[in-house]
Every structure is written in C-alpha cells, then in structure tokens.
Ligand binder design. Structure first.
Ligand code: 13P
Length: 245
C-alpha cells in the first residue's frame, strides 16, 4: 500500500496566492514520487480552485464536513458539495474541532457516515490529552473514541481502506514534541486491532527531520502534517523522504 502524506493547512494561509504557491509545490513533489499518496487539505475557500488546478497531480481533501446533504445549516459544508468540487478525502474529528467547537463523538459519528455515504474517504482523528497520556489512559481513550466514532459504520468501508485513522496525541500537536516512533507505532497497532482499519497514520509535530522514524515503523502508514505543510520546501522534503523509506 502507498504511504499516505496528508497536509492539513488548518486556518492558513491568509491569501489565495500563498495557498496556490503551497499547493503547486506539494503537487509538483507528489508528481515525482510513485509510492506516496499526497493529500492536500486547504481551507474550504481555496479548495475548489486548487483542486481544479492541481487535481491531476495531488489529491485534495476537506478539513471537515457536515452530516446533512443540504438544508438550513448556516455556515456548514456538506460532503456531497466537497465531492462535487473534486475532493476525495475529508478529515473528521480533528482535536481542534473537538476542543474549540465542542464536536462530540456522536457528531463525529454522523459526519463519518455522511462522508462515506457521499463517496469520500475519511481521515478520522483520535488522540489523548497530556493529562490522559500521563495517567497512562491512552489506550482507554482511543478505544472509547473509536467505539463511539465508528458506531454502526459499515465494516466494509473500514476494511476496504475508505477509512483512515490518524493517531494524533493532542499534546504533540503544534508543540514540537512529537511522540516517539516506537510509542506511536504501538498505538497505531492498537488502533488497527480495535477498529479493523487497514491504514493508520501518525500526526503531531511531524517534520522532515522525524518523518523517516515514523515511516520506518511497519505499523505506521503515513503522516498527517500540520505546521510543516505551511512550508513548501519542508513539505516537499517530507514527501521525498516518504518515497524512500
Ligand atoms: P502539527 O504538525 O502542526 O503538530 O499539527 C498536527 C495536526 O494537527 C495535523 O492535523
């Protein structure tokens, strides 16, 4: 299976010009490697233009999607809309949405089903807080999130790689304190066994310096990259390294 490298730009950058520059660099790096699937997830406002421009070289994804297809839901974007503008993936349940927007496992569960139903591939994010980590509760937290988030999600979708799970320890996000490849691998293995997912990736302070360590673990199939995806050179380097691990 190809390594999966996903850029989550979050609420960046501020202009289309800059988003275009980053997408161009990522898609050009993606074109040069055969065994890496590169997914670029910009803010919604840039997504359609970028997917139209670079969609042949890189794959595009949304950072979230609502659970209904249409209707009176001010500000929301439906999975069908994403699909119609050329997105193939969608990130669901990112910890920043759980924390800042109060997304619950029940909401995430509905979003996953709607996105899969619309024909999108889902990247579900799970992970523990620092407090839970220190208390040795990581496995308990992951198991609880997976059980609730994947409640009555079709096993077929899970097994045939329509669902990717990203292990993102919250304390490792944007802190420069990445989990060790060994522990991340151990948790990725746990996630795979609990969920049945075939693809498990790691996210949290991934950089060109540490990507090799993560991808060298057989349990880790790729990376979800935040901050480093905002640096065109750094992200291209990550893609290049992924191709040789
Ligand atoms: P950083 O790579 O900036 O730590 O962010 C990780 C993340 O949240 C990706 O979804």
């Amino acid at each position: 299976m190809k390594k999966l490298i996903v850029a989550n730009l979050k609420m960046n950058p501020q202009t289309f010009t800059e988003a275009d520059r980053l997408a161009r660099a990522a898609s050009s790096a993606a074109r040069k490697v055969k065994n890496v699937e590169v997914v670029f997830c910009p803010p919604f406002v840039w997504l359609e233009c970028l997917a139209a421009e670079y969609g042949k070289k890189a794959i595009f994804g949304g950072q979230d999607a609502f659970w209904e297809e249409r209707g009176a839901y001010t500000g929301e974007i439906s999975p069908v809309m994403l699909k119609n503008i050329g997105a193939r993936y969608v990130i669901i349940g990112h910890s920043e949405r759980r924390i800042h927007l109060g997304e619950t496992d029940e909401m995430i569960n509905k979003k996953i089903k709607a996105a899969l139903g619309a024909g999108l591939k889902v990247i579900l994010c799970v992970g523990e807080t620092l407090k839970e980590h220190r208390a040795g509760r990581t496995k308990f937290v992951l198991a609880r999130q997976l059980r609730k988030d994947l409640k009555s999600v079709s096993k077929l979708n899970i097994y045939n790689s329509k669902l990717v799970i990203a292990y993102e320890p919250i304390w490792a996000i944007g802190t420069g304190l990445a989990e060790t490849p060994m522990s991340a691998g151990y948790m990725a293995d746990f996630i795979r066994r609990v969920s049945g997912a075939r693809r498990v990736i790691y996210g949290g302070s991934v950089s060109a310096k540490n990507i090799k360590g993560f991808l060298s673990r057989r349990e880790i199939d790729g990376a979800l990259v935040g901050g480093a995806s905002l640096d065109a050179g750094e992200f291209s380097k990550i893609i290049k390294i992924a191709a040789y691990v």
